[in-house]
Write a protein that binds this ligand. Structure first.
Ligand SMILES: [Zn+2]
Length: 335
């Protein structure tokens, strides 16, 4: 998941303005919820073509959660960060219908991150510190239910109606437009054990509502408790679990990319070393042929490093992981 600045795209016209289709839809919904009778009005404006187009542009045709590119193979699935018609965690909640047509609440999602279904997922604790000893993770993996659907786990006070304040909610799911995913998620970068896992990051929890950990009466599920005890980001842990960010297909795709990065890294270093060997003495003038070959090798090395950078661009799949690899590469080079 990579941070996206929503302001860089204009809100689609259907969603903004005093007499926009969104305003009219909201008016109808308000009237219905004030005095429910018959079927509630349908949610339609959020899936307008212009909304899809704008989301596609803002997220480069990628899923907001897992960074898979799906624009080329599937139409964009417009997802509600705060679910519009129900909340899985609270059966009495009508859903956040009043933000169903709010631009800030809409994200593009791939089918796997959004739909609830069982996915092969490695059996890893929230702690994930034993990963190295547990390379059999996927063999012992199990079918876990993941996919966001109507999930919206929070800490704090849930907003039940339009009059409530979202500031009292502490969402446990990452929104790449509101949170900086880099503060909550990290990638498993280990050249000896290439596996594209995403892990929750250590987190101070300074922004958590005060009730957590201090009020023994608050029931946290075991997953949260474990993350909290290990000093890991709750948002990171819950997001990995709910979006299914370590489902088999995704881990395989990311692992493939890691192998490619590893290959490019070896190539770049080797080509550079060959050029260095051709020019062992910087004060001596090499022959024209040697100078030309060295130059071409350095040029080739630049091309390879450029290719790695290209793989980290915002429009590239799994760019957050590629960026993490490059950061690690820089540290290795200095060492
Ligand atoms: Zn996804």
């Amino acid at each position: 998941m990579r941070a996206v600045i929503r302001k860089t795209a204009k809100a689609p016209e259907v969603l903004s303005g005093a007499d926009s289709p969104a305003t009219r839809e909201l008016r109808k919904l308000k009237a219905w919820f004030a005095a429910p009778s018959g079927r509630p009005p349908a949610f339609a404006v959020y899936k307008a073509d212009s909304v899809k187009q704008q989301l596609d542009e803002l997220f480069h045709g990628k899923c907001a959660y897992c960074e898979s590119v799906f624009a080329s193979t599937a139409p964009v699935d417009v997802e509600h960060y705060r679910p519009k018609g129900a909340v899985s965690e609270d059966a009495s909640h009508p859903g956040y219908w009043w933000v169903a047509m709010d631009w800030d609440n809409l994200l593009p999602s791939c089918i796997d991150c959004n739909r609830k279904r069982k996915q092969v997922t490695p059996r890893l604790s929230a702690r994930l510190l034993t990963l190295r000893d547990d390379r059999q993770g996927f063999n012992q993996g199990s079918l876990l239910l993941s996919g966001k659907k109507d999930s919206f786990p929070i800490l704090g006070q849930r907003a039940m109606s339009e009059a409530a304040d979202f500031a009292d909610e502490y969402p446990l799911l990452l929104d790449p437009c509101r949170d900086n995913p880099d503060e909550h998620l990290k990638f498993h970068i280990d050249r000896a054990n290439l596996i594209g896992l995403v892990l929750p990051k250590s987190h101070s929890g300074a922004d958590l509502p005060p009730l957590v950990g201090t009020a023994p009466g608050i029931a946290l599920d075991s997953h949260l408790e474990e993350a909290l005890a290990a000093g890991l980001s709750l948002k990171g842990s819950v997001s990995i679990h709910v979006y299914g960010l370590n489902r088999l297909g995704l881990v395989q795709e990311r692992t493939r990319l890691l192998r490619q990065l590893e290959f490019l890294e070896v190539l770049a270093l080797e080509v550079g070393a060959m050029a260095d060997e051709l020019l062992p003495d910087p004060t001596a003038a090499p022959s024209a042929t040697v100078a030309s070959i060295a130059k071409r090798l350095y040029f080739l090395q630049d091309r390879i490093l450029g290719e790695m950078k290209r793989m980290a661009r915002p429009e590239a799949p799994y760019s957050a992981m590629v960026r993490a690899w490059i950061e690690d590469f820089k540290i290795r080079l200095q060492a």
